[in-house]
Design a protein around this ligand. Structure first.
Ligand SMILES: [Zn+2]
Length: 345
């Protein structure tokens, strides 16, 4: 038996539930970090290296990992909140030598200092360009949710000017890279948008996302359908709202939700954050069968998190989504024409 990082993540999380206090938190952090490790621990051990070189693995946890390799435990039964997550090592194998994943693409969700991000619009843009993105949309939070504080109308207007100035500067320098002014608009638990049609119209790209009543396991189909029909958005952000180890995500009749999104021409997001991976592969496959469009967003809150784009690509590839249905791969002009046409509707 060779233990994969996915199994190690589960064993670490499981060990955390049996520990107390700071040891528990150390296990939980290591379990979450395991999703992002660049290489399989098995390979690292085979090269005679020590697991303590991995993020969030100290000498104690390194011994624990070695002990699991020496005497492999039974494959654990994974609870819903940790089920269906890819590790970065798996992402690499999925993307390796794939025919189109390296083509130019935009990153369609990220946050800046205008809400809870740690970097400015320009810093995020330059970092994204540096790692090969063709364009980005900045999508700070709207008002309407208690945490984090979102952008009010004045801040949004200032940001729009900043985005337009920045993009104009690039264009003047002959740079095709561009920044699109978007927003992650909060949706209430009943599917009501935080912004009016007038407020939405000042943004080129509107993602609608739920951020409250996320632990319920009662059927939420109606909140999705109401939001998709009424909220005036281009994409549904982190659709299930799951978080690794914290919550399994909302429950809905997904085929109805995806049919509604496909009919309305609203993209469903593949949120690429390793701890979200939302949609998961299984649901992304069903959304593809329903005819949905997809948008990949890192949901980056700093420059380093822009690297998570690969998780979104790997989910799309694993779900057999055709590249033409992923709006990130459309040229910026085509993408803007699409959102412009939608916004006018
Ligand atoms: Zn969000």
């Amino acid at each position: 038996v060779t233990l994969s990082n996915a199994m190690l993540a589960e064993l670490l999380a499981r060990a955390g539930t049996e520990a107390d206090g700071h040891r528990r938190r150390a296990y939980e952090r290591a379990a979450a970090a395991a999703l992002g490790w660049e290489e399989e621990v098995a390979d690292l051990l085979a090269q005679g290296r020590d697991p303590s070189e991995l993020p969030y693995i100290g000498s104690g946890l390194a011994l624990r990992l070695r002990a699991w390799f020496d005497d492999p435990p039974e494959a654990p039964d994974v609870p819903p909140s940790r089920r269906g997550f890819l590790t970065r090592a798996e992402v690499r194998r999925i993307l390796d030598n794939h025919p189109w994943v390296a083509l130019p693409a935009g990153d369609l969700q990220m946050h800046t200092t205008y809400s809870d991000g740690k970097a400015t619009v320009a810093e995020m843009a330059l970092a994204a360009r540096q790692i090969g993105r063709a364009y980005i949309a900045v999508t700070d939070h709207s008002t309407g949710q208690p945490v984090p504080r979102g952008m009010d109308t004045d801040a949004a207007a200032r940001q729009r000017t900043e985005v337009l100035d920045f993009t104009a500067g690039l264009a003047a320098a002959g740079e095709p890279f561009r920044v699109i002014h978007g927003i992650e608009m909060n949706l209430s638990p009943s599917g009501e948008p935080a912004l009016s049609a007038d407020e939405r119209s000042s943004f080129s790209w509107v993602i609608g996302s739920f951020h409250s009543s996320l632990q319920t396991q009662a059927d939420q189909t109606s909140r999705y359908i109401d939001a998709l029909r009424r909220a005036g958005m281009h994409a549904l952000g982190h659709p299930t709202c799951r978080r690794f180890g914290r919550r399994p995500g909302l429950v809905a009749e997904w085929d109805r939700v995806f049919d509604t999104a496909a009919d309305a021409g609203i993209a469903v997001e593949i949120n690429a954050h390793p701890h979200r991976q939302d949609l998961p592969v299984s649901l992304a496959r069903r959304a593809a069968a329903a005819g949905c469009l997809f948008s990949i967003g890192t949901d980056a809150h700093d420059r380093v998190e822009l690297e998570h784009f690969d998780f979104g690509l790997a989910i799309a590839v694993a779900a057999d989504i055709p590249r033409e249905r992923i709006v990130n791969f459309w040229a910026a002009e085509d993408f803007l024409a699409w959102v412009g046409a939608e916004a006018a509707g």
